[in-house]
Design a protein around this ligand. Sequence first.
Ligand code: PEP
Length: 257
Amino acid sequence: MKKLVIGNLKMNILSPDERDRYLAWLKKELAGKKNNDSEIILCPPFVHMEAFKKWNNKKIHLGAQNMFSETKGSYTGEISPVMLKNLGCEYVILGHSERRRYFGESNGSINLKIASALKNGLKPILCVGETREEKENERTLGVITNQVKEALLGVKRAKAEQIILAYEPVWAIGGEKVPTANEIMEAKLLIRKILVDLFGKKYADLVPIIYGGNVNIKTVAGVCVDSGMDGVLIGRESLQPHEFVKIADIINNSCKF
Ligand code: PEP
């Protein structure tokens, strides 16, 4: 299994000029790099998806930051999985804590999106994780259990290998702290156990479990390498191509299977 380095550009890069500067900078940083043991996935805002695709850098795969569960019709402002697929997008982040918090997404609505993504040939990157309050109340494991079970309800085991699970403690996202390697390993073990219950061991083992939340060049060894994760989901640092590519390099060079 290749390690995954996923960049979530969120609602940034505000103009075509800024996008072109970003892509030119990224191209410079990627020049001459080998990432044989990892896969880099970038999730730009929808409006830049086509330009990222036309940029056509073979080292980069494309993901979306969200989608709707329906494929077509009167759903003003929504984006269809088929639209994404037709633009060359392969992945879609679903259940990000910012979607849950600001847009009221529930495990139920995320479940519909997961089913639709899989049906329409997109690989869902399902985000789960506890808030600070839930952590303080020792509810971390219960919260993760519900999020994974409810979001994956009804998914067939044959589809398991299309799914990526991202453990993203909400309190670490955009913050200064990260969990200890032990805390991350505990979350990973729990997620793996739930996946085994849902799909059986053979299929559960095909699901990469990655970490997200304040990943940078200083934290990446602890949150990915030491804790045996299958990759990272990166917010802020993906906006800085030199930092993003350095993180990808660290993961590519040090994560051995
Ligand atoms: C995120 O929002 O998914 C994320 C990981 O953000 P950051 O890297 O900025 O903490």
